[in-house]
Write a protein that binds this ligand. Structure first.
Ligand code: SF4
Length: 201
């Protein structure tokens, strides 16, 4: 595919979700770099598994990566959720915080590193609040908070990757990737298995 001359930083929430996002962006001629920054993946052993799956995807796709492991802080993440009173996720406030924190990190790194654009594999998932992710991405990019020293701020690249849902699942199975069965935070794990728990008595 002929290059369109634009560099995009793709926030990758996990390997399986990132596959078709990378492929679709490359089809459009973008030069793609992956960015793994996910302080919301609990517990830390789960973080290792998803990081490893992302590494496998990066190798398969020959995708350059930026790894941001230093933002992983489980106690700090839980404290913010507790202090904001958003653990119950009423009005998707917890997810909103989760999206914004990761998109703000992505925007900051993209701006400082000279990327024209940034986007996220969260836009691939049928289980996420798609419109909220789009709105937050645009808000973060438009805030001006993440302009580099040269006054350069990366723009948010909105794409609806959801039509690639089945293709991404098929490829992740074919490649033998680890596929998680809950979103990421400890609350989502609880919500995923709560019914099973209640059936116990
Ligand atoms: S359910 Fe998923 S998107 Fe929502 S707060 Fe938890 S990890 Fe983040």
């Amino acid at each position: 595919m002929e290059s369109n001359g634009k560099k995009v930083l793709l926030h990758a929430c996990c390997g399986p979700c990132a596959i078709t996002c990378v492929q679709a962006l490359r089809e459009e001629g973008y030069e793609v770099t992956g960015y793994f920054a996910n302080p919301n993946i609990h517990p830390v052993t789960e973080y290792f598994r998803r990081r490893e799956a992302m590494q496998q995807v990066a190798e398969k796709l020959d995708l350059p990566m930026i790894w941001q492991d230093d933002v992983y802080d489980l106690p700090g993440w839980l404290k913010v959720v507790h202090d904001f009173g958003i653990a119950d996720n009423e009005g998707y406030a917890r997810c909103g915080y989760c999206y914004e924190s990761r998109l703000a990190l992505t925007c900051a790194v993209a701006s400082e590193s000279g990327f024209d654009l940034f986007t996220t594999s969260l836009l691939y998932s049928r289980h996420q609040q798609h419109d909220a992710i789009k709105r937050i991405g645009e808000k973060v990019a438009g805030s001006g908070d993440y302009a580099s020293e040269n006054g350069f701020g990366s723009a948010f690249l909105y794409r609806d990757f959801r039509p690639y849902w089945q293709k991404g699942i098929d490829l992740s199975k074919e490649w033998g990737l680890y596929r998680q069965n809950y979103c990421a935070c400890v609350f989502s794990e609880y919500e995923r298995f709560e019914k099973k728990l209640r059936k116990l008595g």
